[in-house]
Ligand binder design. Sequence first.
Ligand SMILES: Cc1ncc(COP(=O)(O)O)c(C=O)c1O
Length: 396
Amino acid sequence: MSENFTGNFTQQEPISDEGISAALDVLHHGRLHRYNQAPGETGEVALLEQEFAAFIGAKYALAVASGGYALATALRAVGVKPGDAVLCNAFTLAPVPGAIAAVGAQPVYVDVTEALTIDLEDLADKAGHADVLMLSHMRGHICDMDRLMAICTAAGVTVIEDCAHTMGASWRGVPSGRHGAVGCYSTQTYKHINSGEGGLLVTSDAEIAARAVMLSGSYMLYERHIAAPPPETFENIRFETPNISGRMDNLRAAILRPQLRDLPAQVTRWNERYRALENGLRDAPGLTMVERPESEGFVGSSFQFLALDWSEPMVQELLVRCAARGVELKWFGAAEPTGFTSRYDSWQYAPTPKMPKSDRILAATLDMRVPLTFSLADCALIARIIHAEAAALFLV
Ligand SMILES: Cc1ncc(COP(=O)(O)O)c(C=O)c1O
């Protein structure tokens, strides 16, 4: 009899007792707005920012309403204007080109490689077309950041890192988000720390930080931040920087602070699950694993593999067969976007020429979430199911 998986790919772990208790404290005192502080009190949001800046090793941090908001704020803070071109990955999710569109700029997509990272040759070719790259470490895959930064520095391109999938990850020991001018993170439920919705932004550039604080809606209360530049940095920008409200509140920050402390341990648990999936799938007929470079300290909170050059009906058949056994795979090759999955040609507000190299990779990319509610045995079972179904299809 064939085995079936009965777990839930969207079920994250509950908020810890420590997080619940911190949230209850905020609810009991009622000061949810970040600037609503009792005399002598430092609010939860300010503390989260201080702790996050220390965790990432950045000078400044700002907590905001969502990861997408952090991205748009970063674009504004580095000076992107309506009509500007902004380079970004062809393989990413809708909030990334959406943030570029939100500031009236135009995404210029850069190809993806079989490693699921940005194509550095294509980037070098296109670097002269824009002043800013919004680099998505999509699904946690980090490219050779040393080469990427060399290309961008030589071309005068400012790098904003979309670290929605790399909070806690690193390249050659440097935390993800510390290579570019700004790093942006999401704390939405499916990310590495969970407040339902939320985002964080880090930078070590005082002026970018001050602009981001003003943009997020600080009014003239920026002195209540403890991970922001000194008040004099705000002198020149405070009247010319619009308030585009998108603050985080103390309730969400209270839930996030204990999770941030636990993150290194959670990364270890994610990576054990990732390796269990990888070990089980490594010899699956017709499937290609995405090799992780030594320099990459990744967080295996999701798992991708490639069905390279399979016909479309064959990939669809694999999806149907796996789904029938309880294994929910997402596919970046579908003609119509479904759920959270979409691709560069779904974003019709930003038309672009066809990208055959990326099309080949997207048509092959299969993706699944790896919530920490899965045990190692669950991961081994999921891998056995995919392996068996690929074998059944590929070896006929
Ligand atoms: C790659 C990527 N970037 C940015 C975001 C935006 O994060 P948020 O949902 O917090 O706005 C997401 C969210 O799913 C994402 O997957």
